[in-house]
Design a protein around this ligand. Structure first.
Ligand SMILES: C[S@@+](CC[C@H](N)C(=O)[O-])C[C@H]1O[C@@H](n2cnc3c(N)ncnc32)[C@H](O)[C@@H]1O
Length: 297
């Protein structure tokens, strides 16, 4: 797929971010304060190979997508302007809807760690791990966690195949990841999330509102997002249900965002004298009864 030069992003927003909204001098200083080659090499897992969809595309006008230092340097300064009403409100929406009290959290496609840090702040006792395909994004995520005094592990991994053992987490999250992946990849990531969760664990996803995006085509044109139309045409609810999740729901969040969540059912084996029965239970004792507010760890 070739890169379009006529998007609203290319024509209007990129120059605006480049000249008005973002302090270019501060960005330059930040960029030069890091030895990118050394740091990205330190974080690179040589076993990771990049899927075609990932390295063949530009995202948000950045050539080479996320596999260079331009991406993490510009990501946070731009993202603060593109999540209405405000970035903190939008991200906090995911945290506030978490229904379980997690002890091990995995944040998929964690990028520069903006949501990962909030997860650790909300659940300070939990072990929190962020994974991303870009070692460059992870460099900034690590720096931010260190600066905030938060102990978070960051791993270079593909969310489609993370390499973590089955049932090793009780919360898997993804923010702003799925609109950047082709639908078959999003489905694989949802299945991987199901595998990684223990029974009763929760998957929660913050992303663009698929219904709004379907009805408002110009929104899909704003940013240079190669897979957003396919994402809009699909349904996170359906992906999660097909993967095996129960209690699946998607709520609108400030019109342009949505938060989807589902619970991995608990399968109970009840043996009777005549036959063995399998029951699927959708209730988990550790589910937080005060759902809608941040749960203490
Ligand atoms: C729009 S950013 C979102 C970052 C962060 N979660 C946030 O909320 O700001 C998308 C991130 O997903 C990562 N990504 C895309 N495909 C991935 C995959 N298959 N596995 C892991 N990370 C992936 C990109 O490298 C990028 O950092």
């Amino acid at each position: 797929m070739s890169v379009r030069q006529d998007t609203i992003f290319q024509q209007f927003l990129l120059p605006l971010f480049g000249n008005v909204l973002v302090d270019q001098e501060a960005l330059k200083q930040f960029k030069h304060s890091i030895n990118w080659e050394e740091e990205s090499t330190r974080l690179t897992n040589p076993c990771v190979s990049y899927p075609d969809y990932y390295h063949s595309q530009n995202f948000h006008g950045i050539k080479g997508g996320y596999l260079n230092s331009e991406a993490p340097v510009s990501y946070d300064p731009i993202t603060q302007y593109v999540l209405p009403p405000t970035e903190p409100i939008v991200r906090q929406g995911l945290i506030d809807r978490i229904r379980v009290k997690p002890r091990r959290i995995l944040d998929l496609g964690c990028g520069t760690g903006s949501t990962t840090l909030r997860l650790k702040q909300a659940f300070p006792e939990a072990e929190v791990i962020g994974v991303d395909l870009s070692p460059y994004m992870l460099v900034v995520a690590e720096l931010k966690a260190k600066k905030a005094g938060l102990k978070i592990q960051f791993h270079h991994a593909n969310a489609e195949e993370t390499g973590f053992p089955d049932a090793s987490f009780d919360l898997v999250s993804a923010s702003l990841l799925f609109h950047e992946t082709p639908p078959d990849v999003a489905q694989t990531i949802t299945q991987e999330s199901f595998r990684l969760l223990q029974a009763g664990g929760e998957m929660i996803v913050l992303d663009g509102n698929q219904q709004t995006l379907r009805q408002t085509e110009w929104l899909t044109e704003i940013f240079e997002e190669p897979y957003i139309k396919a994402y809009a045409a699909a349904s996170l609810n359906a992906w999660m249900t097909q993967a095996g999740f129960a209690q699946v729901q998607t709520d609108d969040w400030w019109w342009v965002h949505q938060i989807s969540q589902g619970i991995k059912p608990i399968v109970k084996n009840t043996s009777t004298s005549t036959r063995s029965q399998t029951q699927v239970s959708y209730n988990k004792p550790e589910i937080d009864s005060s759902a809608g507010r941040p749960a203490p760890a």
